[in-house]
Design a protein around this ligand. Structure first.
Ligand code: C2E
Ligand code: MG
Ligand code: MG
Ligand code: MG
Length: 284
């Protein structure tokens, strides 16, 4: 009897594994169609300069809207795109869209684009980046590339050289989601980043947790000492804005300023320049 039950349990496992595999394959097939079927969109979230008290630019964020699945989070689909080798094509498309769009914004507004570790591996990444920039007409100084710590671990060597190559062309680089995963201070010695983006996990708790205030203050100070700028991610309230400003962060980004918007919607930031000043004033 035990044997029969064991067999039943095994069959159950087998069929649930088969279902999982099926679901995953369906997801992959849908993702391969996403770009050709026009289901991908790049949206843009405002970033504010805390010393200039002005809009500094926007971060480009990828969106996938599927007719049946609805909106799928990039945190879910980007890792799959990386696994099935789609991210090179899609990442390049994001870069083309974002630079072309940013070239129509008033200078010196910049665009920040997230780069996958796999894109980083391409030997000619710096020169292909310059090619994209030339096609778009955007000055290299107005492009910022965001790279996460996990990307540094996955890229096999040569990262410092690539960052240096970006720097010599005028493109700036940011270390994204700093402090969350395998953050190592030695990254700051080994890799010439221009900016640290302090993860929203620390910013979110600043109103209630003195330890988070201490961390944000220290990272901002450390970056400053190393000649790097800092962006506080996930600023949602006036209180958080006040605290990241006090900490000495160079820039802030989050729902307090605005959510990611379509390329068309964001243009209202340009129609009414005093809008940014009003938002910042409200938080003083
Ligand atoms: P990220 O680069 O750290 O982007 C910031 C994320 O925080 C975005 O999530 C943004 O919508 C969200 N966010 C912004 N302000 C707030 C706030 O005030 N509160 C909260 N709770 N969240 C806020 P999103 O758009 O879902 O993107 C998730 C991640 O997916 C990104 O994290 C980035 O690592 C990745 N990603 C997005 N687009 C691309 C892309 O084109 N290429 C690559 N390689 N990765 C991308
Ligand atoms: Mg980012
Ligand atoms: Mg981030
Ligand atoms: Mg993130």
């Amino acid at each position: 009897r035990a044997k029969a039950e064991g067999r039943r349990t095994w069959r159950f496992f087998e069929s649930s594994m088969a279902a999982e595999l099926q679901a995953r394959l369906a997801m992959e097939a849908d993702l391969r169609e996403a770009l050709p079927l026009n289901q991908l969109e790049v949206v843009y979230q405002p970033i504010f300069g805390l010393q200039t008290n002005r809009l500094a630019g926007f971060e480009a964020l990828l969106r996938w809207r599927h007719p049946v699945r609805g909106r799928v989070s990039p945190a879910e689909f980007i890792p799959i795109m990386e696994e099935i080798g789609l991210i090179e094509t899609v990442g390049r498309w994001v870069l083309e869209q974002a630079t072309r769009e940013a070239a129509t914004w008033p200078a010196p507004l910049k665009v920040a684009v997230n780069l996958s570790p796999l894109q980083f591996r391409a030997a000619d990444i710096a020169s292909s980046m310059l090619h994209v920039l030339r096609e778009s007409g955007l000055a290299p100084q107005r492009l910022e590339l965001e790279i996460t710590e996990s990307a540094l671990l996955q890229a096999d060597g040569g990262v410092a050289e690539v960052l240096q190559a970006f720097r010599s062309t005028g493109i700036r680089t940011s270390l994204d989601d700093f402090g969350t995963r395998y953050s190592s201070l030695s990254y700051l010695l080994s890799f010439p980043f221009d900016k640290i983006k302090i993860d929203q996990a620390f910013v979110r708790e600043m109103a209630t947790r003195p330890d988070c205030v201490a961390i944000v203050n220290s990272v901002a100070h450390l970056a400053n000492q190393l000649g790097m700028a800092t962006t506080a991610e996930g600023v949602e309230t006036a209180e958080q804005l006040r605290r990241v400003r006090e900490a000495g962060c160079t820039e802030a980004q989050g729902y307090f300023f605005g959510p990611p918007e379509s390329a068309t919607e964001l243009r209202r930031w340009f129609d009414e320049p005093s809008r940014s000043e009003r938002i910042l004033q409200a938080a003083l």
